[in-house]
Design a protein around this ligand. Structure first.
Ligand code: XMP
Length: 327
């Protein structure tokens, strides 16, 4: 296993299944040598990076990997289920699933400030992970899905699903098998490892999850509307061939209402805002031209299928001036 954080100039870009297989063989050998018969812990978010690290470790050391999937209640529809299906059922992983939804939502109740919300989510995530780590015995290593851009941009530790803030008694030796890879390479490796397409080609999803898209103080009913509308948007983008063309697409449910009319009755409900952007590095972003018929269809589905919603808006603002997320 490479201990250096510098990608050698000679390292070939992993672009083909054969190169991915070669990388996997080398890493599995190195991971076996590093870990031996000890146990290794991983926070498995279900994102590309941690999923690929989990799959590599399962190949190398099987059930010596203890993968902890914390559901903070702010995941997209179907995500925890997919993690359980793929890792526990298909790959026979030693998976600890923690549904911490109530803990997170109770802590977030009434908190409207975006940075405060992020801090609460980050701190609570570490607390839950810590509690799970303490229940386990014989852990020697902590695996992380650090990738090369993380090292280039912000030092060795991932800032988002960051478990670097663990206390002293939980400071394990780090295992970072994809730390010299770029995102596209991680995807090629993930595909070769047999992870599902929807996991490997997943669009970026922020650590605080739906929490920053349910603006202001999060409520369970508005969060449910957000999750349902996001699922409809993703489904329609897949069906209409937009999922591969748009870098990031999601919905937002703001914390205000407007009047509407449904079944001859006046309503007072939330709007759903659609955001669909393209970008190279997330520093700037442009707006995708979504065909009007698709927008009409998505609108119709959202206002009829999602309780508490009476309007759909399309955010046409590039970055700058608007950030990609609304908070
Ligand atoms: P903005 O909103 O700053 O987002 O234009 C740029 C990219 O970063 C993601 N993002 C985050 N990712 N934790 C994350 O892991 C966060 O707190 C966070 N905030 C924004 C956003 O989804 C976009 O891809």
């Amino acid at each position: 296993m490479s201990t250096s954080n510098v990608r050698p100039a000679s390292m070939e870009r992993i672009t083909t299944p054969a190169l991915a297989q070669q990388f996997i063989d080398e890493q599995v050998k190195a991971l076996k040598a590093q870990i031996g018969d000890k146990k290794v812990l991983l926070a498995l978010s279900g994102g590309v990076d941690s999923s690929v690290v989990a799959a590599l470790l399962i190949k190398a050391v099987g059930r010596q990997l203890v993968a902890v999937h914390v559901n903070h209640g702010l995941l997209r529809k179907g995500e925890p289920e997919q993690v359980i299906r793929v890792f526990r059922d298909q790959l026979n992983a030693n998976l600890v699933y923690v549904d911490a939804t109530d803990r997170f939502l109770d802590k977030l109740a009434g908190v409207a400030d975006p940075e405060q919300k992020r801090k609460i989510i980050g701190a609570e995530f570490i607390r839950v992970f810590e509690e799970e780590a303490r229940k386990l015995e014989g852990i020697r290593f902590l695996a992380q899905g650090t990738i090369y851009p993380d090292i280039l941009e912000s030092g060795p530790v991932k800032s988002h699903h960051n478990v670097g803030g663990l206390p002293e008694d939980l400071q394990f030796e780090l295992v970072e098998p994809v730390k010299l890879l770029f995102k596209d390479e991680v995807r090629v490796v993930g595909k070769e490892l047999g992870l599902p397409e929807s996991m490997v080609n997943r669009q970026p999803f922020p650590g605080p999850g739906l929490g920053v898209r349910c603006t202001g103080a999060i409520t369970r009913d508005r969060l449910a509307a957000l999750r349902e509308s996001d699922a409809i948007l993703r489904e329609e983008f897949e069906i209409n061939g937009l999922a591969d063309k748009v870098w990031q697409y999601f919905t937002i449910v703001p914390d205000y209402k407007s009047t509407g009319v449904k079944d001859d009755k006046r309503s007072w409900d939330w709007p759903v805002i659609i955001r669909a952007v393209n970008t190279r590095d997330a520093m700037t972003a442009t707006i995708e031209e979504i065909p009007y018929p698709v927008l009409h269809h998505i609108t119709r589905r959202i206002v009829t299928e999602v309780p508490g919603v009476n309007r759909v808006l399309y955010d046409l603002t590039p970055k700058p001036t608007g950030t990609i997320e609304w908070e």
